[in-house]
Design a protein around this ligand. Structure first.
Ligand code: FAD
Length: 467
């Protein structure tokens, strides 16, 4: 769209945080300009994060299901994978969603501008790439997101064989051997995708276990699956050197038992993400960043500059799309003069591996760290008829409960459908539910959701099928 001289709200970045903020600000009757440097709206989440990864992980899940079906008397032949068709399928999903968002912008009166923005003085932006290059604003919302962190001496842009998550999602080729550096959710998810498509995958992680933010008992079934699927998992190991040749990458791994060199066709580096603040000319504003570059905000998402708000990955936190969207709505309402603030009691985290892992609210390890008195309840899925009928007995539902009141403080799930099951935990925590509320809620039988009700029953005594 044409750039006006002035806008009420300038949103910088068209990811889930940015577009949610823009939609809400427009709904509040404000004139909104949404600026994004990507060709399509949607940010990392739609273009190179949540959506492409989950599209590929759906295919991964299908492949795992066909492999597991032999114990049920169904044998599938080796799958015939057409990488080009798979890429097209993934890209088609992205195009549909980004087209839908562009349509919503139009319908809701949000002005979409393709440009790279930086601050150019008091309440003014410079827009690089737009036909009019300055824009005055009443308020600005920074939603510029984050980018992958590299290892020293690695430049993803010039490397053919060392990939970040964006390169990995492009699925340029299915390498014969892949090293995944980092045992967080991105490394595990993408490692499983490539393994299912035919790569031999090795994983290295510096910590002594995978998914360090989640409780160890929940991670255990996932770690067993990783062990079964991947060639090797090296914990307490770091990559000290990467040397790329024409055909492979020579990697030096340093573990407790010394250092060794190995060759891989490709390497995926998934060691974390850093905020996109470096090109914003924040010194033109009163915005304050912490020592890692994340923008500091209050609970209304206001920065050190009273006219500037910040939301999503650029402010750190859990760095998840649903958090960015909620923060975006809060910022827009605050700008419109409402007393909105972001005070979610539980932001769910989901890992879309086989099995899936999800948690929200307090984890057991966090409660221990903060010295909070808790009661932990575990319902193993061997006691669930539905889990058995699906051939997934190693799942678990876990509740973290306040001992004297029974109030639900946290929930964790490992197993299929954890992505959806966890929503009941988030609702329970937000509503201040006690274990009895969950136990007395009639859950449909036979479903995995019953494990939530039965886990809560354990707080009161025995569960119908366990304890
Ligand atoms: P972003 O989505 O990062 O968008 C920021 C946008 O701003 C980008 O388009 C960027 O190009 C643009 N921009 C930056 N600087 C400027 C500038 N100066 N001017 C104009 N535009 C600019 N989260 C989940 O919740 N669930 C998942 O399953 C999930 N899976 C993921 C998988 C992968 C592989 C990755 C990498 C991430 C995943 N995430 C997931 C995280 C999720 O993508 C982010 O939390 C989310 O996208 C953050 O949204 P945001 O609005 O803060 O910014």
């Amino acid at each position: 769209s044409a750039v006006p001289e002035r806008t009420d709200v300038a949103v910088i970045g068209g990811g889930p945080g940015g577009y949610a903020a823009a939609f809400e600000a427009a709904a509040q009757g404000l004139d909104v300009t949404l600026i994004s440097d990507d060709e399509r709206i949607g940010g990392v989440c739609l273009l190179r994060g949540c959506i492409p990864s989950k599209t590929l992980l759906h295919v991964t899940e299908l492949l795992h299901a066909t492999q597991d079906a032999d114990t049920m008397g169904i044998a599938f032949q080796r799958p015939d994978i057409d990488p080009q068709a798979l890429r097209n399928w993934k890209d088609q999903v992205i195009v549909k969603l980004t087209d839908g968002l562009a349509g919503l912008c139009k319908q809701r009166g949000v002005r979409l501008v393709r440009a790279r923005a930086h601050f150019a003085g008091k309440q003014q932006l410079h827009l690089e790439g737009a036909e009019r290059d300055t824009l005055d604003y009443g308020h600005a919302i920074i939603a510029t997101g984050s980018r992958p962190m590299a290892l020293p001496d690695v430049d993803f842009a010039t490397s053919d064989r060392i990939m970040d998550s964006t390169d990995a999602l492009a699925l340029e080729e299915i390498p014969e051997s892949l090293l995944v550096v980092g045992g967080g959710y991105i490394g595990l998810e993408m490692g499983m995708v490539y393994q299912a498509l035919g790569s031999r995958v090795t994983l290295v992680e510096m910590a002594d276990r995978l998914m360090v933010n989640a409780d160890a008992d929940l991670v255990k079934p996932l770690a067993s699956k990783v062990e079964a699927l991947f060639d090797a998992t090296h914990l307490k190991t770091r990559v000290s050197r990467l040397k790329e040749t024409r055909k492979q990458v020579r990697v030096t791994l340093e573990g407790e038992d010394g250092s060794r060199d190995r060759n891989f066709e490709r390497v995926l580096v998934a060691v974390g993400r850093q905020p996109n603040t470096q090109d914003l000319s924040l010194d033109e504003t009163d915005v304050v960043c912490d020592d890692q570059g994340f923008i500091e905000v209050d609970d209304q998402r206001r920065t050190g500059d009273e006219c500037i708000y910040a939301i999503g990955d650029v402010t750190g936190g859990m760095m998840l799309a649903h958090e960015a969207m909620h923060e975006g709505k809060v910022a827009a309402r605050a700008i419109a003069g409402h007393s909105a603030k972001f005070d979610a009691r539980a932001v769910p985290a989901v890992v879309y591996t086989t099995p899936q892992l999800a948690w929200c609210g307090f984890t057991e390890q966090q409660a221990e760290r903060d010295d909070i008195d808790i009661k932990v309840l575990r319902f193993p899925w061997q006691a669930s008829g539905r889990a058995l009928s699906m051939g997934t007995e190693d799942g678990m539902t876990k509740l973290i409960v306040e001992p004297h009141s029974g109030r639900i403080l946290g929930m964790g799930i490992v197993g299929p459908q954890a992505e959806s099951l966890i929503a009941e935990g988030a609702l329970a925590i937000e509503m201040g539910a006690v274990a009895e509320d969950l136990a007395l809620t009639v859950h449909p039988h036979p479903t995995l959701s019953e494990t939530v009700g039965e886990c809560a029953e354990l707080f009161l005594g025995q569960a119908t099928h366990y304890g």
